[in-house]
Write a protein that binds this ligand. Structure first.
Ligand SMILES: [Zn+2]
Length: 798
């Protein structure tokens, strides 16, 4: 990032500002810093007239034509705010195509050029020094309008004592000048926008606005700085962090009454000097008893209320290369307790009329899979876990079980990860344990709450008596089958299938644990499966997809981790496709396979091409929470299905090329992070051609084309006897002019059962082709194998 200020003649001494700044030093306490930030005010006695000053941040340009610039009251002894009041503009165009389209989708134009009336700038970069060189600050300002925009800016930045921009508060606490820049802008027309340069982000430049549905902010646009744009290497999260995370050691006790207490030791190495303050995350419901360094010295800490933040202060700050071990003792309500029948009764009281079974089902669950111990960022670490748990519960954890023994009424189990992990969790409950020993796969242990299912059966039987035996919904929950066998079979078979197709998974034993919710989740060597996949068994193939999806994460998401949020489909889309593929193979049912694909296409088409692109990852759900599933999962699965079809040998119907590609990608990145670009490179190597167009269209683009097919055929003039000349025309709708895709075309003939399958390159609004056929064609079918995410219509030849 660079900053250019071009100012008109300014009177007065440019050094008027010097001396106002104390040398920065780390704050002693958290609260006064946040309180000063929250109460920041424009100062009527530190105001400058401003004419034609241009502030440039990467591609964002603020042009301050004329008006006044107020400096704000200092925070932690430094001036970090300036407020502009007057006439000006802000403009930018995102440097990458996907962000230009996204800006158009969200704000209505692919570039922004807006008149502004006020703007509040907050910074820990060189802004103040640069302004100080150009302007002269004195008294005489009326700060009313400046107060308004500053207070709106702070409203979005500070929530109680939680600061929404972590890089800003970290810089203030540490007395750092780390290059953070933030502008809250009031446009003359339209909502306020915020512009951010955050050096802690891989994509440092962002434009935000007020979030929907209670969220403070929403990302409108985000991208790398100009100088980083061409860098496509995958950056480990540890690279930019002030502290490198090495290891977690957690010793946790779950008491008979489910009270949770633990000590967690976090081992960190300083990568930067002057890091007094560091932020960890710990579930807000967990109370910290003490924080100490390994030698026993107390470390001061602060937790903003109602947040998961845990700020710790090192004194002295570690030197670069120093390793710290931070020991946090904490306790609280981590283990939840629930009953599904009682939950249903609460939700639909009319249904059950108080006819609850005598003993409700009993379930334990872990309230968060993320911050149940003090976490430092998203880095991976070696994890060593010891659990002391009541004997009547079964526990499943990530890591390898290295020891387990009984002390009286408690079991102590010790688990150690074989490779660094960032998805760290366990499950606990009064469950039945089934072990699967199948020569094709590593050992698998299934934990199922058998007693709860017996209670649920009683409940649904009672409900059926009440609602009538013909009630299909209730009957769906009264399976005759034994769920542990169905679930166990899918767990084992999908593990075997993916091992055969993709290559060996990372771990040498697996757990599948039932949870009392309607979603699944995957951790290294451990998957959560929802209660309903054990209770209700649909015939649609849905349950096979769901179980195999969670297992597939051992390859996609854990075996290979997405490099950034934009690559999340490499986990979810790949897992969804893998689940679908497994279902097709295990049920031997192509009809169900296509039914799911078509259902996903219908959902995608339902959004009339305004569904967000896969390539914005989680940001898809900012406008519509369902869009994440729609694009990352469904469209992601479709993209792999399209590649599978592109690589399909239409003569032999062999899919060796696709399998080899997937296997190669997995083998190359196993145990590492990968990006969409990395995957593209592997695909290109196997197809021996540039595939940028494919990823641009389907991952970064949003179009779902409609093909309108027409044709006619005539005996070939002067050619071989019996030959026909076929004229094919495809009109393409709902897609950009340059949109291109090879689409299979099936030709059946008069007087023969033979058919031909060819690929037709469909490009742009009109594609015409002429084919010489050995017989008279009877029927043409475009996209017969659902090879392309598209709609097909036919029209008469004119
Ligand atoms: Zn998933």
């Amino acid at each position: 990032m660079f900053l250019a200020i071009s100012a008109s003649l300014c009177l007065g001494h440019p050094l008027a500002l010097a001396g106002a700044q104390r040398p920065n030093s780390a704050a002693e306490r958290y609260e006064p810093v946040v309180d000063e930030l929250r109460k920041m005010q424009p100062q009527g006695e530190r105001v400058a007239s401003i004419r034609n000053v241009t502030l440039r941040r990467d591609v964002i340009e603020f042009h301050l034509e004329d008006g006044q610039l107020f400096l704000a009251t200092p925070v932690a002894g430094r001036t970090l705010g300036a407020i502009f009041v007057g006439h000006g503009s802000v403009s930018f165009a995102p440097p990458i195509a996907i962000e230009r389209r996204e800006l158009k989708r969200v704000l209505g134009d692919s570039v922004l050029n807006a008149r502004i009336s006020t703007a509040a700038f907050l910074f820990t970069d060189s802004t103040l020094a640069e302004l100080g060189r150009q302007l002269t600050f004195g008294g005489g300002g009326v700060a009313d309008r400046a107060s308004g925009v500053l207070s709106d800016a702070l409203d979005h930045l500070v929530d109680g004592r939680h600061v929404v921009q972590p890089t800003l508060i970290t810089a203030l606490l540490n007395g750092d000048s780390d290059g953070f820049f933030y502008a809250h802008v009031k446009r003359e027309h339209g909502e306020d926008l915020m512009f951010v340069v955050d050096p802690a982000d891989a994509e440092q430049v962002a434009v935000l606005r007020r979030g929907r549905e209670g969220e403070k902010i929403q990302v409108v646009s985000e991208f790398r700085r100009a100088e980083d744009l061409n860098d496509t290497t995958t950056v480990e999260p540890a690279r930019r962090a002030a502290l490198k995370l090495n290891a977690y050691r957690i010793e946790a006790t779950i008491a008979g009454g489910l009270g949770f207490s633990a000590t967690a030791t976090t081992r960190l190495t300083a990568q930067r000097a002057g890091v007094h303050w560091a932020r960890l995350d710990l579930l807000a419901e967990l109370d910290v008893d003490s924080v100490r360094e390994e030698g026993g010295r107390a470390v001061s800490f602060f937790r903003p209320s109602k947040t998961s933040e845990l700020w710790v202060r090192f004194d002295p700050a570690p030197r670069v290369g120093d390793t710290l071990a931070l020991r946090v003792a904490y306790h609280g309500d981590l283990i939840g307790y629930t009953s599904i029948t009682q939950g249903i009764a609460r939700q639909w009281p009319g249904w059950v009329k108080g006819q609850l079974p005598p003993a409700p089902d009993r379930w334990l669950y872990v309230k968060t899979s993320y911050s149940w111990f003090p976490r430092y960022g998203q880095q991976t670490a070696d994890v060593d876990l010891t659990f002391h748990t009541p004997k009547r519960y079964h526990l499943a954890s990530i890591g390898r079980l290295v020891d387990s023994h009984i002390d009286g009424s408690a079991v102590t189990s010790h688990w150690v990860t074989a490779r660094p992990a960032d998805q760290v969790c366990f499950s606990i409950g009064e469950v039945d344990e089934f072990k699967i020993n199948d020569p094709r796969i590593p050992p698998v242990t299934v934990h199922m709450n058998g007693e709860a299912h017996r209670q649920l059966d009683k409940f649904f039987l009672a409900l059926r008596d009440q609602l009538g035996a013909s009630n299909a919904f209730v009957s769906g929950f009264l399976s005759e089958r034994s769920p542990e066998q169905d679930v166990g079979a899918d767990v084992a078979n999908s593990l075997a299938f993916f091992t055969r197709i993709y290559g060996p998974p990372l771990f040498d034993r697996y757990y599948a644990a039932e949870i009392p919710f309607d979603y699944g989740q995957a951790f290294p060597g451990l998957i959560y499966l929802p209660v309903w996949t054990f209770q209700a068994m649909s015939d649609s193939g849905y349950d096979e997809i769901l179980r195999a999806h969670e297992m597939a994460h051992q390859w996609w998401g854990i075996g290979i981790e997405p490099a950034s949020y934009r690559d999340r489909w490499l986990a979810e889309g790949f897992a969804e496709f893998s689940g679908l593929w497994y279902m097709q193979i295990v049920l031997g049912d192509n009809e169900k396979f296509f039914k799911h694909l078509k259902h996903w296409r219908r959902e995608l088409r339902g959004r009339r091409n305004d569904a967000p692109p896969i390539g914005i990852g989680w940001r898809a759900e900012q406008l519509n929470v369902r869009d994440s599933r729609l694009t990352t999962y469904y469209k992601g699965a479709w993209v792999l299905h399209m590649l599978r079809n592109l690589m399909l040998n239409l003569r032999t119907m062999q899919e060796d090329a696709f399998i080899a590609t997937m296997r190669d990608f997995y083998g190359q990145y196993r145990g590492r992070r990968a990006s969409t670009r990395d995957f593209q490179r592997v695909v290109e190597r196997h197809l021996k051609t540039d595939m940028k167009w494919f990823f641009d269209e389907w991952v970064d683009g949003t179009a779902i084309p409609t093909y309108v097919l027409s044709w006619h055929a005539e005996p070939t003039q002067g050619g071989q006897a019996g030959h026909y000349t076929l004229h094919v025309r495809v009109r393409q709708e709902d897609a950009p002019k340059e949109f291109t895709m090879p689409v299979p075309l099936k030709i059946t003939f008069v007087d023969t059962t033979m058919h031909a399958l060819v690929r037709l390159g469909v490009t742009g609004p009109l594609t015409e082709a002429t084919l010489d056929l050995p017989a008279e064609p009877k029927r043409l079918e475009l996209n017969p194998l659902e090879s392309v995410l598209a709609e097909v219509r036919e029209e008469g030849w004119e």
